[in-house]
Ligand binder design. Structure first.
Ligand code: GLN
Length: 394
C-alpha cells in the first residue's frame, strides 16, 4: 500500500493552519465570545467608508498603479511625518500593500537571499517565520522575557544573536502579543547593533497609534543612522478598525523600496483601488476617530485586566496594542489542566470564551506554555459578557 505524501510544499510543513483561523473556528463552533483573533466587533469610521464608496461611484475601479494610488502615497507621507516622525518621498519610498502581512512578505521575499539570517523577537507574529521560510532565510530568535513591568529582551542575548550572516532584525513595537512598547534606550541599543553589523531594521509598527497613557511610540527609523536602513511596515487595519480592508504599506529608502517592489509586483501587483482612497481620507482626517478609539481601548483594557487579575491570571497591563498576555498557571492548576493549548481548547467549550495560546508564537512552544493572550478590541458589552462568562466558569 502506498501512502499519499502531503501535497503541501515542505517549506510550510512546520506551520500548519494559523492559530488565528483555528481559534476563531473553535469560537464559532462553541458560540464563544471571541477574544482570540485580534479584530474589532464594531465598524470602522464613516470618513473612510464614504470616501471608498465615492471612489467606487467615481469610476476608481481599475488596477491601481503597482506602488499604490498617488493620493494614498501622499497621505502616507504626511502620516509618516506626523506619526513616525520621518520625512519620505511618496514616489520612491512608499509601497501600498495588501495589509501589513503582505508588506512583510514583500519585504522578506524582495530583500533576503537564501541563508540570510534575520533576528526576530519571540513571541512573534506567526507570519514572520513563515515568510522567512518562503525566502529561504534563517530565523534567529531573541526572547522577550517577562519582567516586573512587562516583557524585555536580555541585552547579552540580543548581542549574541548578531553574526556575520545577519541581514536584518525585525522589531515590532508596540509588540504583539506582549503589548510591550520599546523604549528609546532599547531602540538605540538595537540601532547601534544594526549599524555595527550593517543590518537593516524591519519595523512592524501596526499598533503605532494604540499606545496607552504613560508610554509613547517611537520608530527605530528616528534613531540617528537608521533612516537609511529601516523599513517601516504598517496598515490601516488596527488604527481605523478596518482589518478586513487589508490596506497596508511599506516605507523605506529608495534602494530598499526597489527590493520590496520587485516582490510586490509579482505577489499582488496592486491593491484594491477604491479602498486606497478610503484610507487616504482616514489618514488625513481620522485624528478624532483615533482619539475616540484609544479612549475606548483604554477602558476595555482596564476592564478586562482587572477581571483577569481577580480570576487568578497574572498580567501587567499592556503598554500598547490591543492584547493582554497573562500567566495562567494558577487558573489551569485549579482546573486540572497544564498548557496554554489545554486552556485555550477548554475555554470556548466550558466558559464560552476564546483566547490564543501563545506557544504558537515561540520557537520552542514550552516557552509560551504558561501564557494566554486575550484581545480587548471589542465593544464594552462584549468584554462585559466575556468577563461574566469567565467568572461563572472559573
Ligand atoms: N494580527 C492579528 C492578531 O494577532 C491577526 C492576524 C491574522 O488573523 N492573521 O490577532
Amino acid at each position: 500500500m502506498t501512502t499519499n505524501p502531503s501535497p503541501i510544499a515542505r517549506r510550510f510543513a512546520p506551520f500548519g493552519t494559523t492559530i488565528f483561523s483555528e481559534m476563531t473556528a473553535l469560537a464559532n463552533t462553541h458560540k464563544a465570545v471571541n477574544l482570540s483573533q485580534g479584530f474589532p466587533d464594531f465598524d470602522g469610521p464613516n470618513i473612510g467608508k464614504d470616501a471608498a464608496i465615492a471612489a467606487i461611484n467615481n469610476a476608481h475601479n481599475q488596477y491601481a498603479p503597482m506602488p499604490g494610488v498617488p493620493a494614498l502615497r501622499q497621505a502616507i507621507a504626511r502620516w509618516a511625518s506626523r506619526i513616525n516622525k520621518i520625512d519620505v518621498d511618496p514616489d520612491t519610498q512608499i509601497t501600498v500593500t495588501s495589509g501589513c502581512t503582505q508588506a512583510i512578505a514583500a519585504t522578506m521575499l524582495g530583500l533576503l537571499n537564501p541563508g540570510d539570517e534575520v533576528i526576530i523577537f519571540e513571541p512573534y507574529y506567526d507570519s514572520y517565520r513563515a515568510c522567512l521560510a518562503m525566502a529561504d532565510a534563517k530565523a534567529v530568535f531573541v526572547t522577550l522575557h517577562p519582567t516586573q513591568n512587562g516583557f524585555a529582551y536580555d541585552p547579552k542575548e540580543l548581542q549574541a544573536a548578531f553574526t556575520n550572516k545577519t541581514k536584518a532584525i525585525l522589531v515590532n513595537t508596540p509588540h504583539n502579543p506582549t503589548g510591550t512598547v520599546f523604549t528609546t534606550a532599547q531602540l538605540q541599543e538595537i540601532a547601534s547593533l544594526c549599524i555595527k553589523n550593517d543590518a537593516i531594521a524591519i519595523s512592524d509598527e501596526v499598533y503605532e497609534c494604540l499606545v496607552y497613557p504613560g508610554h509613547s511610540h517611537q520608530s527605530i527609523a528616528t534613531i540617528p543612522g537608521m533612516k537609511e536602513r529601516t523599513i517601516i511596515l504598517s496598515s490601516s487595519g488596527k488604527t481605523f478598525s478596518l482589518t478586513g480592508w487589508k490596506v497596508g504599506w511599506a516605507i523605506a529608502p529608495a534602494h530598499l523600496t526597489a527590493g520590496i517592489r520587485a516582490a510586490h509586483q509579482f505577489l499582488t501587483f496592486s491593491v484594491s483601488t477604491p479602498l486606497q482612497f478610503g484610507v487616504a481620507a482616514l489618514l488625513d482626517n481620522g485624528e478624532e476617530e483615533i482619539d475616540k478609539l484609544l479612549k475606548h481601548y483604554t477602558h476595555t483594557r482596564s476592564l478586562l485586566g482587572e477581571a483577569l487579575d481577580e480570576l487568578g491570571f497574572k498580567a501587567s497591563l499592556p503598554q500598547g496594542s490591543y492584547f493582554i498576555m497573562a500567566d495562567h498557571t494558577q487558573v489551569t492548576q485549579r482546573l486540572g489542566l497544564k498548557t496554554d493549548v489545554d486552556l485555550c481548547r477548554w475555554l470556548p467549550e466550558n466558559a464560552g470564551v476564546a483566547a490564543i495560546p501563545p506557544s504558537a508564537f515561540y520557537s520552542d512552544p514550552v516557552k509560551g506554555a504558561n501564557f494566554v493572550r486575550f484581545a480587548f478590541c471589542k465593544k464594552t458589552e462584549t468584554i462585559d459578557h466575556a468577563i461574566s462568562r469567565l467568572r461563572n466558569a472559573l
